[in-house]
Design a protein around this ligand. Structure first.
Ligand SMILES: Nc1ncnc2c1ncn2[C@@H]1O[C@H](COP(=O)(O)OP(=O)(O)OP(=O)(O)O)[C@@H](O)[C@H]1O
Length: 178
């Protein structure tokens, strides 16, 4: 059955620092799809229950967050950028891209961001233990989950091209003029 939207919704997920925002911005620029930065929405629309000083991050209120984005996302054409994916209803999502990097690269990127030591270590452990890809595979049909490496800018370029190709195919399959 065709999804009830004229453009698909894509999640770009992965451990912090894997390149979600970089990919989402480039993809939005190339395709005209809308970049939904969940970090930004949590802050702007106050979808949180306060700030965790130790982790230096917002404690997200998931129900409030879903309410805040529902109207926009259910219309279609959104690129959802966040380090978690299983809270978004299956019926909203057409493709889940999980970005991956090696430990040394992630360490450098998170150190550069001055992550607190505990948060840095937990995120590196999460990447090593495949937490995000497992979460994606458990929450969505396996055929819509794609794992892509995001270490180099060439890889980012080819990842975005691959998603553009997927989008073109989705439009053809769903009778949307390109
Ligand atoms: N494929 C890549 N090649 C080279 N540099 C990259 C790549 N992906 C990300 N980077 C760099 O890594 C850093 C983190 O990228 P980005 O902010 O896009 O990650 P993120 O997953 O959105 O992080 P967060 O979850 O914390 O928002 C940036 O400096 C970015 O330029």
């Amino acid at each position: 059955m065709a999804p009830p939207r004229s453009l698909p919704n894509i999640i770009i997920t992965g451990t912090p620092g894997t390149g979600k925002t970089s990919h989402a911005e480039l993809l939005a620029e190339r395709t005209g799809l809308k970049h939904i930065s969940i970090n930004q929405i949590v802050k702007d629309k106050e979808c949180h229950e306060g700030y965790d000083e130790e982790y230096q991050s917002w404690i997200v209120d998931e129900d409030k967050l879903l309410d805040a984005i529902e109207d926009e996302v259910t219309k279609g054409g959104c690129i959802i950028d966040w380090h978690a994916c299983d809270l978004f209803p299956k019926s909203w999502i057409d493709l889940v891209v999980v970005l991956r990097v090696d430990t040394a690269t992630l360490y450098d990127r998170l150190t550069e961001r001055k992550y607190p030591e505990k948060k840095l270590q937990e995120n590196i452990d999460a990447e090593i233990m495949d937490v995000l890809i497992q979460e994606a595979r458990e929450a969505y049909d396996e055929e819509i989950v794609v794992e892509l490496e995001s270490v180099t800018t060439d890889q980012m370029e080819s990842n975005v091209e691959r998603i553009e190709q997927w989008l073109k195919q989705w439009k053809e399959d769903n009778g949307v003029a390109t």
